[in-house]
Design a protein around this ligand. Sequence first.
Ligand code: 4AD
Ligand code: MG
Length: 477
Amino acid sequence: MAKRTEIKNLLAAPKVGEKYLVKGWVRAFRSNRFIALNDGSGANNLQIVVDTDNTAEELLKQISFHACVSIEGTLVESQGAGQAVELLAEKIEILGANNLEEYPLQPKKQTMEYLREKAHFRMRTNTFSSVFRIRHGLSYAVHKYYNDKGYYYLHSPIITGSDAEGAGEMFRVTTLDVDKPPRTEEGAVDFGQDFFGKSTNLTVSGQLQGEIAALALGKVYTFGPTFRAENSNTSRHLAEFWMIEPEVAFNDIVDNMDLAEDFVKYLINYILENYPDDLKFLDGRIQDLEKNMKKEERREMGLIDTLKFVIENDFERITYTDAINLLRSSKPYKKGKFKYEIEWGKDLQAEHERWLVEKKFKKPVIVVDYPKDIKAFYMRENEDEKTVAAMDVLFPGIGEVIGGSQREERLDKLKKRIKEMDIHEEELSWYLDLRKFGGCPHAGFGLGFERMVLFITGMSNIRDVIPFPRTPGNADF
Ligand code: 4AD
Ligand code: MG
C-alpha cells in the first residue's frame, strides 16, 4: 500500500507520471467526473479525474460534497485550465460517506451567521480553513518574533485574585454552592470558605504578573486567553479572547511604540511570506463580496495591498490632545455627524478612531498621552500631571488593536493614584513591592490577537476568527 501524500506537499513538488495516495474531503464534484479534493494542508485543492464509465454507480453516488475519500491514482499534466496537474483516479474508497439530505452545509454560499451556528462544520469551508491556518501562522510568528529577540514566554495565571484593569468586568470562579452559599455574619457571601479562601476571577490581563517577570528576566511576553464580562455585542468584542503582552524593563513609552509597530509589521509580513495561497483566496473572497456593493462601501484597497501598505509605511504618531483638536476641526464634527461628544478628557469612541485612521491619516495611528482619568491606575504620569504615558494603536477597519503604557515606577505617585481610584492597596501589596525593592522604569502593551487575525484575514466579524467564540448569550461547543 502506497504512503499517503499531503496535498500541499504534492502540489509543491508534483511528479508527473508517479502514483500517489491522497485522502481528504470532497470540496466539489463537477460533471460526475472532477473532484476538488482538500485535506486541510493548504488552500489549494487537488483535482481528481474520475473514470466515470468504469466506476460503479453506487460509488459515484457516494462521492458527494464534504464526503471523506481515499484515492490512489497517477499524476498527469492537467488538460483543463486552473491547475497544472491532476490525479487520474485508479482506486477510490469512501472513508466517510455524507448524507447530504441531512447535512447542515450545502454546496452553495452560506451566510457567516448560519455557519457560526454550525461551528463543528464551518472549518470545512474554504474561508474558515484559510482563516484558521492563518491564525495558526500568526501564533507561531508571535513566538518566533519574541524568541528571536531574546524575550521569555511567561505563563501568567488564568485564575486570579486581582483585577488588573480595575474595570470590574470579570467572570467569577467559584466552587461554592450558588443556591446556598455560606454567609458571613453580615449576610454577605463568605468567599473565605471558597476553594481559594478568597474571591477569585478569570484574568482580564497577564500584565501585572508580566511586570513581576520583566523585573527579573528583563524582556518577557505572555500569550494566553483573557476574559471580559463586558456586555458589548459588537463585531470587535469577545468574552474570551487571546492577548499577547510584552513587558520590558528599561523601556519608555517611545521604545514601547517602536516595539508595537515593529511587532505588528513583522506579523503581517510573516503571513504575506508564508501564507500566500490563503491570503489570495481571502482577497478574492472579499472582491466577490464587494461586487454587489456601492463604490463607497467597498474597501479602497484589496486585502493583500492593504497589508503591504501597512508594512511599507510609518505609523502616524499623535498625542491625544492633538487628536481631539483635529477631530474638533473635522468636517463630520462641524456637520454634527459624530454621535459621541468630543471633548478633552473624554475617551475616543470607535467613530472618532475610525475618522483618524481611515479619513485623516489613511494608515495606522498611534495615539499617545491620554488623560489620566480615563486610564488604568498603573500608567505613568506625565510631567503635565494631567496625562499618562499611555498608547493605543489604531488600525483601519478595526480600531484599537493594541493598548499599552509606560508603567508608573515611582512608589509615591503609584500609591497616590491607587488611593484616588479607590483601589484596595492591600490587594496590590506585591505590585507596590516591585517599586519598593529594586524597581526600574518599564513599559509594555497588549495586542488583541483576534483583532490582529481579523485585520490580516479581512474578515468582518471577530466571531469568525476564533474557533469557538464566546459572546453574551453564546457558549456552545
Ligand atoms: O487595552 P486593553 O484593555 O489593555 C490591557 O489589557 C493592558 N493590560 C495591556 C498591557 O498593557 N499589557 O486590551 C489590550 C487589547 C486591546 O487593544 C484589544 O485589541 C484587545 O486587547 N481587547 C479585546 N479583544 C477582543 N475582545 C475584547 N473584549 C477585548 N478587549 C480588549
Ligand atoms: Mg484599551
